[in-house]
Ligand binder design. Structure first.
Ligand code: PLP
Length: 373
């Protein structure tokens, strides 16, 4: 079976975790988390932007939203995203306003967003699906025009570069996920990145039950027993164990993971770009992309049959994602026709650092054979 996605780890992560387990004496949020945050900031490369690690990408989105919204605020979001994005909006007490996507990029359609703005709208939440950041500037122009905050769901985008800067080294509030299959993993985990002082102060406390200013002490291995709480908070902090895995993975991103993902992408595009019945996603060629997934659109109505054929031949695929406005909790009465069309056509092919050239040849040959029948 060729897997759709995969965590890629080796002895290096085992050694780092062993070090925490055997030598550190504290598995919670301590020095390793502080070190991981510094390493993330150095990697992203803009010292105005600080990283706040939490225990999932969902938690990152929840706290990022809570830091800039009041309950009842409306958040413009593509229906076409992982359900995590929507649950984070609900958790922050806000209302997700399902918006349409563009058929070429699968990113937010800003004309549709504009129609859905009300006096309660305070945030636009772009999801950079498939690591595609080609609407980045448009989103920020839109946010400026309508005085909205931007919370980026950059779960697919770790390592991507736009306008010469990494995602997470520009913009308003950026949320990454380090869950098991993302561009880098910390086992489970996520990070909020911002240069905004109020946002940083809020999320640093909110991830530790709202306890004010506990951080400096924790990063030198101490705790405060006399404290105040001003805002709501949760147990959303990252543990030393997860930070140790994350640090090791971060060191492998540039030398290994990113070039391998690029090779897999290039090979797929080379073999699928002129196949009738298949449509590829449009990227901005000036961006540097670290491809988290490889989505294609099967435009001849045969997606489900192709999926079954690949599965029968040992190739695992995915359909990402079921549109959220079709789910009971988030149901909307209006239509999002492009979203529905994409949901019927989208197929994610295996994409991770251990997909080989032979795998891509095998998978694309199966696809071509099937479509020519
Ligand atoms: C992975 C993912 C998340 C959530 O991250 P977790 O770490 O799994 O909580 C949010 N949005 C998108 C688009 C994702 O792919």
């Amino acid at each position: 079976m060729i897997r759709l996605s995969k965590s890629v780890l080796d002895q290096q992560e085992v050694d780092r975790v062993s070090d925490v387990l055997l030598n550190c004496g504290y598995l919670g949020m301590g020095t390793y988390v502080g070190d991981f945050e510094l390493k993330l900031e150095n990697y992203l490369g803009n010292n105005e932007y600080k990283a706040v690690c939490v225990n999932s990408g969902t938690a990152a989105l929840h706290l990022a939203l809570a830091s800039v919204t009041e309950p009842g605020n409306e958040v413009l979001v593509p229906s076409y995203t992982f359900v995590s994005t929507y649950q984070a909006i609900i958790a922050a007490g806000c209302k997700p306003i399902s918006c349409e996507i563009n058929y070429e990029t699968l990113l937010l359609d800003l004309d549709d967003c504009e129609k859905r703005i009300t006096p309660q709208t305070t945030v636009i939440l772009p999801v950079f699906f498939g690591s595609n950041i080609s609407n980045y500037d448009e989103v920020y122009l839109f946010a400026k025009k309508h005085s909205l905050r931007v919370v980026e769901d950059a779960a697919h985008c770790f390592g991507c570069i736009h306008n010469g800067r990494k995602i997470g080294a520009q913009g308003d509030i950026v949320c990454f996920s380090f869950d098991g299959i993302k561009n880098i993993t910390s086992g489970e985990g996520g990070a909020i990145i911002s240069s905004n002082k109020e946002v940083l102060r809020y999320v640093r406390d909110a991830r530790l039950l709202g306890v004010c200013n506990d951080l400096e002490k924790r990063y030198v291995g101490k705790r405060s027993w006399d404290f105040d709480v001003i805002n709501p908070g949760l147990r959303y902090h990252m543990s030393n164990i997860f930070a140790a895995i994350g640090m090791s993975q971060l060191e492998k991103l540039e030398p290994f993971f990113a070039p391998r993902r690029q090779e897999v992408y290039d090979s797929y595009v080379d073999k699928l770009s002129n196949v009738s019945g298949i449509k590829l996603i449009h990227f901005n060629l000036n961006d540097r992309i670290v491809h988290h997934i490889f989505p294609i659109l099967v435009t001849n109505g045969k997606r489900n049959k192709l999926r079954a054929y690949l599965e029968a031949n040992g190739v695992q695929t995915g359909v990402q994602y079921k549109p959220n406005h079709l789910l009971s909790l988030f149901h909307e009465d209006y239509d999002l026709p492009i979203t529905i069309k994409v949901y019927a056509e989208e197929l994610s092919l295996p994409m991770h650092p251990e997909v080989t050239e032979e795998d891509v040849v095998f998978i694309t040959k199966l696809i071509k054979d099937f479509l020519s029948k």
